[in-house]
Design a binder for this molecule. Structure first.
Ligand SMILES: [Zn+2]
Length: 672
């Protein structure tokens, strides 16, 4: 190839390079060393469009040991064996960069895409002769618009991305090396262990819930169960007041009912409620709904959405925005959507009932880089999997729904009083479907309650009354989606990274799937407790969020990368030097608190092989024992003797595993 004077366009991936090439004109495709490259004339300008493969550069150090603060950016394929495939992309780009007269970064428009293109141009091109293309979807019109309005390089986004990588790298390598060094000195064995700035607080959250479950002692409470007839239908009243904490109080109440079995109507509330249409999707909302409706994990949803984006079917999915911009031509999108037979009638209905006035119900969340996720009306679903189509359908329906009229739901609530305790019945009936026609995934309809015979003060005979004993339950093990939501709620990680961080915890073997929840492995527990004991502040949600906020401040130039990195270094140094000064005996004693060690010379727990913490038990069995003791007071009020109590705990499903082990031990010992 012997051409010069061309503009080199760098795309994030081959698929997006192809879309860009076809949007710009009539491209010719070549393959250079297996990498697809497109040549296209646009007016008098010659463009060469070549793909990266995500990040081509990464951080690396040659220093051994820790703390380590010297790093440099190097081509990824040199230091990561699993990234060897990126070598050919970098080689082809280097070759093309030599003769290019200008460079355009056309990677996805977010901090990662800005950094990917910047690192390439900086290392093999010339940043002085470069521009940025900003687009939110890969449709031809959007790409052409971006190329007609090229921007200078977006240094704020580059610096934010750059800083995030450095911060994550410094944190990860130092804390991981610290963990590995502790492990090696105690177990005389090398093991790859990893920690992460956002990953570790998340692990710690799961470990905490896991421990609550394992040390959970169910506590009894009693609720009256009362049934009445309304218009020949049986209804079970739902209690409003708090339950009975002693069996004698509950029995006395039941006696009162038997003597005078009547419920009095306290109040009847009937009102129509307008339920506004849903907001346009951002990535967290899409992940949450795709999980609720189709059971997709957040990571799966993100991958599927990225594929739909690369097919130009939807706008850029890694967005936090719940707003559709006023400049978006919704009318045109609806017309294109109506060419798909599946949506034709829906679009027609929507245009009729809104009289063509398309106002989205925008939500409060914003994203400086992208609007909310919307279907482009273009692209083809041919060749896509069933799951891709399900997700696309969800996005289209949500988009349609946000323009639609509110749904009207009639809400009925009847309150009763029975011997001084309040109860209620409630139901919802959809009166006007509104947006529910387009997005039918929310169910309001309940059982109809006939109001014709009811009035305030009416006394209704009680059909059946009894006392039901319930037991408190431990918290659920969090599912992948609830972990992503937890991170979002705490303000740690970004919408683009959260799902992947959760996957990493599973890949490292710290978490594993247990039913629909996340179980924690022994290794996950050990890592989490070591971090908690030695670098607690570093894995705190508060510090992690503080750094996230600082990183976001780079975007509007309110913070500088160098300052943030310096601050992080200081924090790391403070903690790591403390750990480095610990001797092996101390470390051994520490680890034997959490895992069963074969060569633990100290005193052992009476139940397991961990070292003794208190009461001749390890730290975990001791928590279980304390919980058993403190819960007994309530059980006594329900007529249980100590032995009956322990035996009952062994039978209940919600009793934690450590608690059951302690119960067995206490029964065997005959301890009272
Ligand atoms: Zn133990």
């Amino acid at each position: 190839m012997n051409i010069k004077d061309y503009i080199l366009v760098i795309a994030e991936k081959p698929k997006s390079a192809e879309k860009i090439a076809y949007a710009l004109g009539n491209p010719k495709k070549y393959r250079i060393n297996g990498v697809p490259v497109w040549f296209v004339m646009r007016g008098t300008s010659r463009f060469v469009i070549a793909p990266a493969a995500g990040h081509l550069y990464t951080l690396h150090t040659e220093s051994k040991g820790f703390p380590v603060f010297d790093y440099k950016w190097v081509p990824k394929y040199i230091v990561e064996p699993e990234s060897i495939f990126t070598r050919k992309y970098l080689n082809v780009l280097s070759m093309l960069a030599k003769n290019a007269k200008e460079y355009i970064n056309a990677c996805d428009y977010d901090i990662e895409g800005s950094l990917i293109g910047y690192m390439i141009i900086k290392n093999i091109g010339d940043i002085k002769r470069s521009k940025r293309a900003k687009f939110s979807s890969l449709t031809a019109s959007e790409i052409v618009r971006a190329f007609n309005n090229l921007l200078p390089l977006d240094y704020n986004m580059i610096e934010a991305g750059y800083c995030r990588h450095i911060l994550d790298w410094l944190w990860g390598i130092n804390v991981s090396r610290m963990l590995m060094s502790i492990y090696r000195s105690v177990f005389n064995e090398k093991r790859i262990l990893s920690a992460g700035r956002v990953q570790s607080p998340t692990l710690s959250y799961v470990v905490n819930i896991d421990l609550q479950r394992k040390t959970h002692v169910p506590v009894p409470y009693a609720y009256p169960s009362i049934k009445i007839f309304i218009d020949n239908k049986i209804f079970k009243l739902i209690p409003i007041d708090s339950p009975f904490n002693s069996l004698s109080d509950a029995k006395e109440y039941l006696e009162n009912i038997k003597r005078d079995p009547r419920a009095t109507v306290l109040d009847i509330i009937v009102r129509d409620e307008r339920i506004e249409p849903p907001h346009p999707f951002n990535l967290p909302d899409l992940q949450s709904e795709a999980h609720r409706i189709y059971g997709f994990t957040p990571y799966k949803t993100q991958k599927l959405a990225e594929d739909l984006y690369l097919e130009a079917l939807i706008s850029y999915p890694r967005t936090n925005s719940q707003k559709l911009p006023p400049t978006l031509n919704n009318r045109e999108i609806l017309e294109k959507l109506s060419q798909n037979i599946v949506y034709r009638t829906l679009v027609k209905t929507l245009l009729a009932e809104t009289r063509g006035i398309l106002r989205p119900n925008n939500g409060p969340k914003e994203d400086p880089a992208h609007p909310a996720i919307y279907p482009t009306g273009e692209g083809t679903l041919k060749g896509l999997s069933k799951d891709h189509i399900k997700l696309y359908d969800l996005i289209v329906r949500r988009y349609l729904a946000t323009f639609a009229n509110p749904a009207v739901v009639q809400y009925v609530r009847i309150e009763f009083i029975v011997h001084g305790r309040r109860y209620y019945l409630s139901t919802n009936i959809v009166r006007s479907r509104g947006w529910l026609q387009y997005y039918p995934y929310i169910h309001f309809n309940g059982e109809e309650i006939s109001l014709k015979l009811l009035r305030k003060g009416l006394q209704i005979p009680i059909h059946e009354a009894k006392i039901v004993i319930h037991f408190t339950k431990p918290p659920h093990l969090p599912s992948k989606i609830s972990l992503v939501k937890w991170m979002e709620e705490k303000g740690i990680g970004t919408e683009a990274t959260r799902a992947e961080i959760v996957e990493t915890l599973f890949k490292r073997g710290y978490l594993y799937m247990r039913g629909r929840g996340s179980g924690v492995s022994e290794l996950g527990i050990l890592i989490s407790f070591l971090l908690k004991d030695y670098v607690e502040e570093l894995i705190s949600v508060e510090l992690t969020r503080k750094f996230e906020e600082r990183l976001n401040m780079i975007l509007n130039m309110k913070a500088k990368c160098d300052d943030i990195v310096e601050e992080a270094k200081e924090m790391l140094l403070k903690y790591i030097n403390r750990v480095k000064s610990l001797d092996i005996q101390t470390l051994r004693a520490e680890i034997s608190k959490y895992i069963e060690m074969s060569d633990n010379n100290g005193r052992r727990c009476m139940i397991c092989k961990r070292s003794v913490y208190a009461n001749n038990l390890c730290i975990f069995h001791n928590i279980a024992l304390e919980n058993i003791r403190s819960a007994y007071e309530t059980w006594r009020k329900f007529g249980f003797s100590w032995t009956q109590y322990l035996e009952k705990l062994l039978k209940l499903k919600s009793t934690g595993s450590y608690v059951k082990e302690v119960c067995r031990h206490l029964i065997k010992q005959g301890e009272f």
